[in-house]
Design a protein around this ligand. Structure first.
Ligand code: NAD
Length: 378
C-alpha cells in the first residue's frame, strides 16, 4: 500500500503526518510518498521525511500514485478527477458544508474517509482527531485570552498591594472546555463553568472549576453523550444566569456546540454591553455561528471595550504538536486498514470504517452522513 502525504493550501500550517509518524507507518509495511514541502510550515523538512523513509515527489505524482491520500483539509475539487477509482481520501471533511464535493467523489467511486466522522467510542478513542484538535483549541484559547487581557490571571500579593485573580467563565465542558478549565486553573484564575450535560459536573469539579447548574436541562441518551437543543424555558433560565456570571467575568471561553446544528446562542449583545470594559470573549464556536451574538468568524472585534475573538483555527497556530497528534490518530486508523503484509485491507463491516466512510464504491456509507444529508438509501 502506498500512502501519500499532501501539502495543505491557504493559511493551514498543519500537515497530516510528520516524519515521526511516517517511521511508524513504514513499520506497518506501507510505502510512503510526500509532496515537496508538505511539512515545512509544521517545521519538518523534506530531508526529515526522507530520513524517516518517505520518498519526496511532486503533488501530481503523490495524487496519482498513492492508494491512500492523507491531508488535513479535503482535496480541492478540481483535483478530484486526478484520482482513479477506489482511491482513499483521508481528511477532515465537514460533509454538511461540502455536499457537492462529496457527490463528485461518490460519482468518481472514490473512498472518502472523513476523519471528523470517526465514532466517539472507546475503541476509536486513539483515532479521534476531533478530540485532539479540541484539546489544542481549549489550551490555546486560554493562553490567547491571557495574553490580550489587561489583567493578571493569578492572584498577586505584592508590596504594591493585592491583585485579585481573573474570573474565567467557560461555556461548554466538552473536550475543549475541559482543557480550557485545566489551563485557566493552572494560570491561577477562578473558573466557573456551564454545560447542559450533568455528566460533566464531576469532571469540572475535579479540575478545580465551579459547575453552575441550571435546572431542567434536556438530555438524550440517544444523542450518544452529545448535547441536544434545549427548551425555551430552560434557555431563558440559563441566559439569565449566564448573563450574571458573564458580567462578573474577565474572560469568557465559549465552546458550546451541538453536532450538526448551529451553535447555541448564549451571550447576547445586551450581555456584552453590561460586561466590564477590558473583558475578553474567545468564541471557539465561531465557525458554526458562535455562542456570542456579536462574534464574527475569523475576526477580532471590540464592542464597548469588550474584545470578542471569533477563532476556530487554533490548531493551525500550533502546527508542530497539532500535526503530531493528527498523524498519530491517522496511524491508529490505518492500523485497522493495513494487513500484516502491508497491503490495503479495508473492512467495510468494521464499525469504525463503516462510520467514517462518507462514500465508497459509488454509495453513501456512513449513517451519520446519510442523516445529515437526508439521503434515503439503505
Ligand atoms: P462538542 O464540541 O459537541 O460541545 C462542547 C460542549 O458544549 C459539550 O460538552 C456540550 O454539552 C456543551 N453544550 C452544548 N450546548 C450547550 C448549551 N446550550 N449550554 C452549555 N453547554 C452546551 O463536545 P465534544 O467536546 O465533542 O464532546 C461531546 C461528547 O463526546 C462528550 O460526552 C464527550 O465525553 C464525548 N467524547 C467521547 C469520546 C470517545 O469516547 N472517543 C471522545 C471525545 C468526546
Amino acid at each position: 500500500m502506498i500512502v501519500g502525504i499532501l501539502k495543505e493550501s491557504g493559511t493551514e500550517k498543519r500537515v497530516a503526518m510528520l516524519p515521526g509518524e511516517v517511521s511508524a507507518l513504514k513499520r506497518l509495511g506501507a510505502e510512503v510518498i510526500a509532496e515537496n514541502g508538505a511539512g515545512e510550515r509544521a517545521f519538518a523538512s523534506d530531508d526529515d521525511y526522507r530520513a524517516a523513509g518517505a520518498v519526496i515527489t511532486s503533488r501530481k505524482e503523490v495524487i496519482e500514485k498513492a492508494s491512500a491520500l492523507l491531508s488535513v483539509d479535503h482535496l480541492p475539487e478540481p483535483e478530484l478527477p486526478l484520482c482513479n477509482e477506489g482511491k482513499i481520501l483521508c481528511s477532515v471533511l465537514n460533509p454538511v458544508e461540502n455536499v457537492e464535493w462529496l457527490e463528485k467523489a461518490r460519482s468518481l467511486k472514490l473512498t472518502v474517509l472523513a476523519l471528523d466522522l470517526i465514532p466517539r467510542t472507546t475503541r476509536a478513542q486513539s483515532m479521534d482527531i476531533l478530540s485532539s484538535m479540541a484539546t489544542v483549541s481549549g489550551y490555546k484559547a486560554v493562553l490567547h485570552a491571557a495574553s490580550v487581557s489587561p489583567k493578571f490571571f493569578p492572584m498577586f500579593m505584592s508590596a504594591a498591594g493585592t491583585i485579585k485573580p481573573s474570573r474565567v467563565l467557560i461555556l461548554g465542558a466538552g473536550v475543549a472546555g475541559l482543557q480550557a478549565i485545566a489551563v485557566a486553573r493552572k494560570l491561577g484564575a477562578v473558573v466557573e463553568v456551564f454545560d447542559v450535560r450533568s455528566a460533566v459536573k464531576e469532571e469540572v469539579k475535579s479540575l478545580g472549576g465551579k459547575f453552575i447548574e441550571v435546572e431542567g436541562a434536556k438530555e438524550d441518551a440517544a444523542a450518544g453523550g452529545y448535547a441536544v437543543e434545549q427548551t425555551e424555558e430552560f434557555r431563558k433560565k440559563q441566559q439569565e444566569l449566564i448573563q450574571q456570571r458573564a458580567i462578573a467575568a474577565d474572560v469568557v471561553i465559549a465552546t458550546a456546540q451541538i453536532p450538526g446544528k448551529k451553535a447555541p446562542l448564549l451571550i447576547f449583545k445586551e450581555t456584552v454591553k453590561k460586561m466590564k470594559p477590558g473583558s475578553i470573549i474567545v468564541d471557539l464556536a465561531a465557525s458554526t455561528g458562535g455562542n456570542c451574538e456579536l462574534t464574527e468568524n475569523g475576526k477580532t472585534i471590540v464592542a464597548g471595550g469588550v474584545t470578542i475573538i471569533g477563532k476556530s483555527d487554533y490548531p493551525s497556530d500550533m502546527p508542530a504538536d497539532a500535526s503530531k497528534m493528527f498523524g498519530s490518530n491517522i496511524i491508529n486508523l490505518l492500523k485497522i486498514m493495513i494487513s500484516k503484509e502491508g497491503n490495503l485491507a479495508l473492512d467495510m463491516q468494521d464499525e469504525i470504517i463503516n462510520g467514517t466512510a462518507a462514500v465508497h464504491g459509488g454509495e453513501y456509507i456512513s449513517q451519520r452522513v446519510k442523516q445529515m444529508l437526508n439521503i434515503k438509501q439503505t
